[in-house]
Write a protein that binds this ligand. Structure first.
Ligand code: ATP
Length: 543
C-alpha cells in the first residue's frame, strides 16, 4: 500500500476508482453537495486534501472511537477492485463512503489519493527490498537474497510474507511458483565472435536468436498462463500457443521460456516479426488471426518442472531436461542449438540462422555458474546480432526451378516455389530463395496450371541447387519478387564461393509482388552478378 498498489503488477488488477466516483463518496461521507466537492477539487487539484479539509470542517474525529486498521482499508479496497458488473458503481461508492466515514481527516487524504491512483510516494520496489532487509532480515546485506526471491516471484507481498513468517532461511530457499512470473534473464551484447568465446572461456552453446515475442509459459494441469517479457499476462492473445503447450508439452507442471514466432501457414517458414504484432490488442478477429498468422514456439529454457525448481541448475541440465519434454513436433520446438568452441563455427551458424529467418545468435554459458539469473543482465548470455536492417532497394525477377507441396489451406497445391537467378557465365540457374509469401489464392491456382507444362521428374540439368524440392521444372516461368535484404546463405547457390568460401547469397523474407514476368525469358531474369552487386551495395550503404 506504500506503493499505492494492492497486488503485484502482473495480475493487472487496478483499484480503478474514477475521480467522479470519489467525489460522490466524499460528498456522501461529508454531507456536502457534489458541486462543492468538485469546486474545491478544481481549486486544489488534489482530491485527497479536499476530503481531508471537508472532514476536518465537519469536525469528524473518529467513528465511535474505533481505529481504522490497515487490514480493513486493504480489505475494502480489495472488494472495490474486484467488484464488476451491474450495480458495481454504486457498491464501489458505498464501500468508499463507509471507509471515509470511519477515517480521521488525515487518513482520508491518503485513502482518497490511493483510491484514485495518485498516492505517488515514489517508493520503488528496490527501496521496499532495502527496507525489508534492514527491518526484518539480517541487515543491508540480506538485500541480495531478498532481491533474488523477488526476481523469482515478481511479488513483493509474497517476499515480505515469506520473510516475516520464515525469516532469512525461508528467503534463502525461496522457490519459483507456477503462476507467478519470473523476471527474465537478459543478455549482454558483443559483435566479435572471438571476444564472445573469450568471455565464455572458450566454449559455449550457440542458439538461433528468433525475432519474435518472448513468452514465459506457466503450465499446470488446470491451465496455461503466458507472460510477456514485461510480465504482462498475454494468455488471451495466444489461444493457439496455449493449446500447443497443453497438448504437446510432456509435463504436468512446468515453467518454460521461448520465443513465439509467426510462421507461414502453408510452408511453415519463419515470417517477419511484424506479423505477430498485428495480433496485439485484437479481440474480435483473433480467431481469423490465429489461422492467417499461425505461431510457432521455440523453447529455450526450463525454469521449473513437476515440483522441482531448475533456476539454480546449470544451463545444459535445464536444456537437456527441456529436450525430454518436447519432441520437436509441429510448431512446438526447441531453439536450434550447437556447442561451439571456434569463431568460425559461430560465423557459419550465424549465416544459417539468418538464412532461416532469424536475427542472429544467442551465445550462452555452459559453465558451472550458468544458472538462470532471473531479472539480471549478464555475460552468461550474449547476443550476437548484425546491427543493420534494410529493405531491398529493387525488386528482382527470378526463375521458378522447383516447388514445395502446400500444407493446411494450400494442401493439394504448391505452397512455395524455389527461385533462381541466372548465371550468364556458366549458363545455369542458381537458387536464391524459397518463396511462399505474396501469393493470393487465384495466384496459386494460376501458378499450378502455368507450371504443369514445365514439370519434370528430376532437377533440371541447368539448375544448381542444394535444396531438395518436391517438384522440379524446366526453368521457364519468371516472377517478380521483393525482399527484406540479401544475406549470406549456406543453403542457396547464387554467387556461391564468390563473396565468401562455401557461402551463397539468399533473399531474406522474399515476397511475390503479384507481377508475372511473362514478358521475360529465363535468361533475361536477374543475374547472379546483379544479386552480388546488390549485396555489395547494401554492405557499403551500411558502412
Ligand atoms: P533485452 O532483452 O536484451 O533488453 P530486447 O528485448 O531488445 O533486449 P534483444 O536485445 O533482441 O531483446 O535480445 C534478447 C531477446 O532475444 C530475449 O529477450 C528473447 O526474447 C529473444 N530470443 C530469441 N531467441 C532466443 C534464444 N534462443 N534464447 C534466448 N533469448 C532469445
Amino acid at each position: 500500500m506504500t506503493q499505492g498498489r494492492l497486488y503485484p503488477n502482473y495480475l493487472g488488477i487496478e483499484l480503478g476508482i474514477a475521480e467522479k466516483l470519489a467525489i460522490k463518496a466524499i460528498a456522501a461521507a461529508t454531507g456536502e453537495v457534489e458541486d462543492r466537492v468538485s469546486a474545491a477539487y478544481r481549486k486544489t487539484g488534489d482530491l485527497g486534501t479536499v476530503a481531508e479539509d471537508l472532514l476536518r470542517g465537519k469536525g469528524q474525529l473518529r467513528f465511535g472511537g474505533e481505529r481504522l486498521t490497515v487490514d480493513e482499508v486493504y480489505a475494502t479496497f480489495d472488494k472495490i477492485a474486484r467488484s464488476r458488473g451491474p450495480g458495481s458503481t454504486e457498491s464501489k461508492i458505498k464501500l468508499l463512503t463507509e471507509l471515509l466515514a470511519k477515517s480521521t481527516p488525515a487518513e482520508s487524504k491518503f485513502i482518497i489519493r490511493m483510491a484514485v491512483g495518485k498516492l505517488r510516494l515514489g517508493v520503488a520496489d528496490m527501496t521496499i527490498l532495502d527496507a525489508l532487509a534492514v527491518a526484518h532480515g539480517d541487515g543491508k546485506d540480506s538485500r541480495t537474497l531478498l532481491e533474488r526471491a523477488y526476481n523469482l516471484s515478481s511479488d513483493l507481498g509474497v517476499v515480505a510474507t515469506t520473510l516475516l513468517t520464515g525469516g532469512m532461511n525461508a528467503i534463502e530457499s525461496f522457490k519459483v511458483t507456477v503462476g507467478k512470473p519470473i523476471r527474465p534473464m537478459l543478455a549482454e551484447r558483443l559483435s566479435d565472435p572471438r571476444e564472445i568465446l573469450d568471455k565464455m572461456n572458450g566454449t559455449a552453446a550457440a542458439e538461433y536468436k528468433y525475432d519474435g515475442l518472448r513468452v514465459q509459459a506457466h503450465v499446470s494441469q488446470e491451465e496455461v498462463t503466458l507472460f510477456s517479457r514485461r510480465m504482462e499476462n498475454i494468455t488471451d492473445q495466444f489461444p493457439d500457443v496455449q493449446k500447443l503447450l497443453k497438448e504437446k508439452l510432456a509435463a504436468k507442471e512446468a515453467i518454460v521460456e521461448g520465443e513465439a514466432v509467426p510462421v507461414d501457414s502453408t510452408t511453415g517458414d519463419i515470417q517477419p516479426f511484424q506479423a505477430i504484432s498485428q495480433r496485439r490488442g485484437r479481440k474480435y478477429d483473433l480467431e481469423r488471426m490465429v489461422e492467417v498468422i499461425p505461431i510457432a514456439l521455440f523453447l529455450f529454457d526450463l525454469l521449473y518442472l513437476n515440483g522441482r525448481d531448475y533456476t539454480q541448475d546449470q544451463f545444459l541440465e535445464r536444456r537437456n531436461t527441456l529436450g525430454e519434454l518436447v519432441e520437436g513436433r509441429e510448431r512446438l520446438n526447441l531453439s536450434s542449438q550447437i556447442i561451439v568452441n571456434e569463431a568460425g563455427q559461430l560465423d557459419k551458424f550465424m549465416e544459417q540462422a539468418i538464412a532461416d529467418g532469424c536475427e542472429g545468435l544467442m551465445i550462452k554459458s555452459i559453465g558451472p555458474d550458468s544458472a538462470y539469473n532471473a531479472g539480471a543482465r549478464g555475460w552468461n548470455w550474449i547476443k550476437y546480432k548484425r546491427d543493420y536492417k534494410s529493405e531491398m532497394q529493387d525488386t528482382v525477377d527470378l526463375v521458378v526451378v522447383g516447388a514445395f507441396s502446400g500444407r493446411g489451406r494450400r494442401g493439394g497445391t504448391y505452397g512455395a516455389v524455389l527461385l533462381a537467378a541466372y548465371d550468364q557465365k556458366d549458363d545455369v540457374f542458381r537458387t536464391v530463395c524459397k518463396c511462399g509469401s505474396g501469393f493470393k489464392d487465384e495466384d496459386l491456382s494460376k501458378l499450378a496450371s502455368l507450371l504443369k507444362k514445365y514439370l519434370i521428374p528430376h532437377r533440371h540439368a541447368r539448375v544448381d541447387s542444394k535444396v531438395e524440392a518436391d517438384a522440379w521444372f524446366t526453368p521457364e516461368l519468371v516472377l517478380e519478387v521483393t525482399g527484406a535484404e540479401i544475406t549470406l546463405s549456406p543453403v542457396h547457390t547464387c554467387g556461391i564461393g564468390i563473396v565468401r568460401p562455401g557461402s551463397g547469397l539468399a533473399i531474406r523474407f522474399p515476397r511475390f509482388t503479384g507481377r508475372w514476368r511473362d514478358d521475360k525469358s529465363p535468361e533475361e531474369a536477374t543475374t547472379q552478378t546483379e544479386v552480388i552487386e546488390m549485396y555489395q551495395t547494401q554492405l557499403k550503404k551500411l558502412g
